[in-house]
Write a protein that binds this ligand. Structure first.
Ligand SMILES: CC(C)(COP(=O)(O)OP(=O)(O)OC[C@H]1O[C@@H](n2cnc3c(N)ncnc32)[C@H](O)[C@@H]1OP(=O)(O)O)[C@@H](O)C(=O)NCCC(=O)NCCS
Length: 431
């Protein structure tokens, strides 16, 4: 007998089916509830709502577990590469050696941008926010690749879309940096380099001087991208699914996801963390002042890089970055006083009852910026780096959504709390 629970509403019993995930997560299947009972469920922020089934990522925030397609994030961060993890997320399994080689080569081949598309960058002002330009550029891909901007692409089209997006994203991100922050001419992608090295080349090589690649930098960036690759139904991924559920094409869905990611409570948090650490440093390292401000109910200030909707334990990604950050800085010969401040801030917060009671721990954004900074990436590019890392997750979820016959257009309900019916008053009779 399938498991059900009985819900009593106005003396009438409703049998609610219970569904279970492969990790034995239980959910009440309320799909027929409104129709049968006229009751809605109310869950602002969707903290208790499963909007889909998904086989991409498993997350247990109480314990601090994160697995992609079953494989723990710790193993991927240590042993995998960003493109291999992308393949795993998008296609469900680790690639064979030849599949991975083919995937890498195809991606390297498509990294160039169309000449007219490249001219778009120059139309943005120098003070433009890199995330605003990224949204526009990804959305503009639909105009330059109309054959792929389809409502219902074939399996082959989706493969091509994944390749085009993964290959063009580093070029787009680096060219945003070159135009809005450096005012420097573009260098062409190098097909002989791996994904991360090519990105560093696009960012930091100039027409006159080739960027000297450093293995430590490449490995550190590879790890950061892997750690950002997916995080199940977070705000931006849910947006990608929501936009795509209207049969909007993948470019439109992903640019919607980038918009959602840009907020300081989501992907914009890494930039905010850096600005907060810099402010504390400029304020003589007065950590207690900032912790008190974060606890003050009258203040809007939050300790950026702390807290998470689903992790009520240390974010496993933050654990990995924290372990690596000191080592990376030492290997790069960088001394950053902000790292000492971050360590001290974490210690003070984790011993404070406010943070203990609310189970607020450092999240992925708390230490990532210190590594980006050591690599030479400016602060307002941090959210762009997050977007580059999250891209395979967005593609994997969009693909999964399209393949699921149960997918419907996303359309939540509401509880109306406005005025009841009243009559229109002509303008000359209004007081
Ligand atoms: C991530 C975040 C948006 C999750 O929000 P949420 O699940 O809706 O949690 P809430 O906003 O309901 O927070 C619960 C309580 O903890 C407090 N809180 C949460 N994060 C906090 C932070 N970073 N600093 C201070 N207090 C915080 C809230 O004020 C609230 O307190 P209250 O119960 O006294 O009202 C939130 O923790 C946050 O804003 N963190 C900082 C931004 C950040 O680092 N984002 C990146 C996430 S990867």
């Amino acid at each position: 007998m399938p498991e059900t629970v009985t819900l009593k509403l106005k003396e009438k019993n409703f049998e609610i089916p219970v569904i279970s995930g492969t990790e034995n997560e239980k959910a009440l299947d309320i799909r027929k509830l409104r129709q049968e009972s006229s009751y809605l469920t109310y869950d602002p922020g969707y903290g208790n709502t499963g909007a889909c089934t998904s086989a991409v990522t498993y997350l247990d925030g109480e314990i601090g577990i994160l697995r992609h397609r079953g494989i723990p994030i710790e193993q991927l961060a240590e042993k995998s590469s960003f493109l291999e993890t992308s393949y795993l997320l998008i296609y469900g399994d680790l690639p064979t050696k030849s599949q991975l080689e083919k995937f890498k080569k195809t991606i390297a081949k498509q990294a160039d941008l169309n000449k007219d598309f490249k001219n778009l960058f120059a139309s943005y002002p120098k003070f433009a926010s890199p995330m605003a330009v990224l949204v526009a550029m990804v959305s503009s891909l639909a105009a330059y690749y109309p054959d792929l901007a389809k409502s219902n692409p074939s399996k082959e089209d989706v493969d091509e879309l994944a390749i085009q997006l993964l290959s063009k994203m580093p070029t787009i991100c680096a060219y945003i940096y070159k135009t809005t922050l450096k005012n420097e001419s573009f260098v062409e992608p190098r097909k002989d380099l791996d994904y991360v090295s090519n990105f560093l080349h696009l960012m930091f090589s100039s027409k006159k001087k080739e960027y000297p690649l450093n293995q430590e930098v490449v490995e550190a960036l590879e790890t950061l991208l892997i750690l950002h690759a997916d995080h199940e139904q977070n705000c931006s991924t849910s947006t990608v699914r929501m936009v795509g559920s209207s049969w909007a094409d993948l470019f439109a869905s992903i640019s919607g996801g980038i918009c959602a990611l840009s907020g300081p409570l989501h992907g914009g948090a890494n930039q905010e963390v850096m600005e907060m650490l810099e402010a504390i440093h400029a304020d003589g390292g007065n950590i207690k002042k900032y912790v008190s401000k974060a606890k003050d109910p009258k203040s809007d200030f939050r300790l950026m890089g702390f807290g998470h909707r689903v992790y009520k334990n240390y974010d496993p990604r933050a654990k990995i970055i924290k372990r690596r950050v000191d080592d990376v800085l030492k290997k790069l010969g960088v001394q950053d006083p902000l790292l000492e401040i971050a360590w001290a801030l974490e210690k003070v917060a984790l011993e404070d009852s406010y943070f203990i009671e609310r189970k607020l721990y450092p999240n992925v954004d708390f230490y990532s910026g210190i590594i980006y900074k050591a690599i030479g990436i400016p602060t307002n590019m941090f959210p762009v780096m997050f977007a580059m890392g999250r891209l395979p997750g967005w593609i994997a979820h969009w693909k999964e959504m399209k393949e699921n016959p149960e997918t419907k257009i996303g359309r939540p309900r509401q509880i109306y709390v406005g005025k009841n019916q009243r009559d229109y008053i002509p303008l000359d009779q209004r007081t």
